[in-house]
Write a protein that binds this ligand. Structure first.
Ligand code: PLP
Length: 378
């Protein structure tokens, strides 16, 4: 670090250069993030100094967080004081880590605990294993890439403390059979965490007949991320428990803050993300999110129809706005799409297919351009 600081103009010029090296989302079909809504950005900038790690200093922001939790509660059929049963995390990873940590803390009687989850679970769960030493058991998937219930049952033993189901898998956007997982959890006395980091802001607005949230009796905790399909700013995640006592299992004594206990994983926590999430959820309402999801689903249907016209089939019929296409030598096609046309797509692991997330920044002309370029490569 230099002795003398730079001028404001010099700094702004460096920042401008850095920003111009970043990728704009226009040709990004690989990300679960997007441009945040303008009202979210505005709210974010107004609360930039608010630290939710010390909420006694920021009662106004803390109140907004409670209101966001109430809105999550209404989206996820949580009718038991939702504002007392969760908090806004930094994203899906923190929520998943904390959900498992709560399970472990409330089952200290189990010396070598394990948690059973689908092979399709996000890699954040591998971080939990690495951090805590807890064993993560991966159940196989069925033909539709949902978790296989027989495999789940076969992995449960006397050291199992919980099960995880995914509502919107990262790679294929598939939804696990949460009701059946709930039956297993209730029968065996296990926790059931539902990772709806992506699906939490999609499924409530699709008008589908899926039961995947707190409406399902055995569901004990959920992850829902406003910074993905919720159009909030980064870092904004959500963690909700069915009962306050599961949140209490995360409590740590905090001697020198305005509060004397804390349950978040991070200490300092963004109040700006709280304000932005409140603002965008209030601004869009269910109607606004329904329009966003309708648009994403329309584009998803269009890209699938266009790909089928080129002889390319999806691995599964998309359930939400994520699609994986079966193409020969997917890794090579992915590389060429980037090198030759600037398209960012990703690859699923099993099977290896071209994965596209149709986020709100994708419009019909993006789809047309992409399909034209894809056609040149196959
Ligand atoms: N869970 C699911 C289903 C996800 O798709 C993701 C990210 O893609 C995560 C958790 C992790 O979220 P984050 O990257 O916000 O920590």
């Amino acid at each position: 670090m230099e002795e003398t600081g730079l001028s404001r103009d010099e700094i702004l010029s460096i920042l401008k250069n850095a920003k111009s090296a970043d990728t704009s989302y226009d040709r990004v079909l690989s990300s679960m993030c997007t441009y945040p809504h303008e009202i979210a950005v505005l709210a974010h900038t107004q609360f930039i100094e608010a630290n939710m790690g010390d909420p006694g200093l920021f009662p106004g922001t803390y109140d907004l967080e409670k209101k966001v939790l109430k809105m999550f509660g209404s989206l996820l059929h949580h009718n038991n004081d939702p504002e007392e049963c969760g908090y806004l995390t930094t994203g899906g990873t923190e929520s998943n880590i904390q959900a498992i940590r709560s399970m472990v803390n409330s089952r200290r009687d189990v010396k070598k605990p394990n948690v059973v989850m689908p092979e399709s679970a996000h890699f954040s769960f591998d971080k939990v294993a690495d951090l805590s030493g807890i064993e993560i058991r991966k159940a196989s998937l069925d033909h539709f890439l949902k978790v296989d219930l027989g495999s789940v049952r076969s992995l449960i033993d006397e050291n199992t403390i919980g099960i995880v189901g995914i509502a919107g898998t990262t790679e294929f956007g598939q939804i696990d059979p949460i009701e059946q997982l709930s039956e297993i959890a209730l029968e065996k006395g296990l926790f059931l965490h539902v990772d709806a980091a992506f699906g939490g802001f999609v499924l409530p607005f699709m008008g589908l007949d899926y039961r995947y949230d707190f409406e399902v009796e055995g569901v004990t905790s959920m992850t829902i991320d406003p910074h993905k399909m919720g159009l909030s700013t980064i870092p904004s995640g959500g963690l909700m428990f069915r009962e306050t006592e599961y949140l209490d299992d995360l409590e740590i004594h905090t001697p020198y803050l305005s509060i004397n206990k804390q349950y978040s994983l991070t200490g300092t926590r963004s109040g700006a993300a709280v304000a932005s999430t409140y603002a965008v959820m209030k601004y869009l309402g269910r109607e606004g999110y329904r329009q966003v999801i309708d648009q994403c689903m329309e584009q998803t249907e269009d890209i699938v129809a266009g790909a089928k016209a080129l002889g390319i089939e999806p691995v599964i019929d998309p359930v939400m706005n994520i699609v994986a296409f079966q193409v020969p030598d997917a890794d090579n096609i992915r590389k060429r799409l980037l090198d030759e046309f600037g398209w960012h797509v990703s690859i699923t692991r099993k099977p290896r297919a071209l994965r596209l997330v149709i986020m709100p920044h994708i419009n019909s002309s993006t789809i047309e351009l992409f399909l034209n370029d894809l056609e040149k490569l196959i």
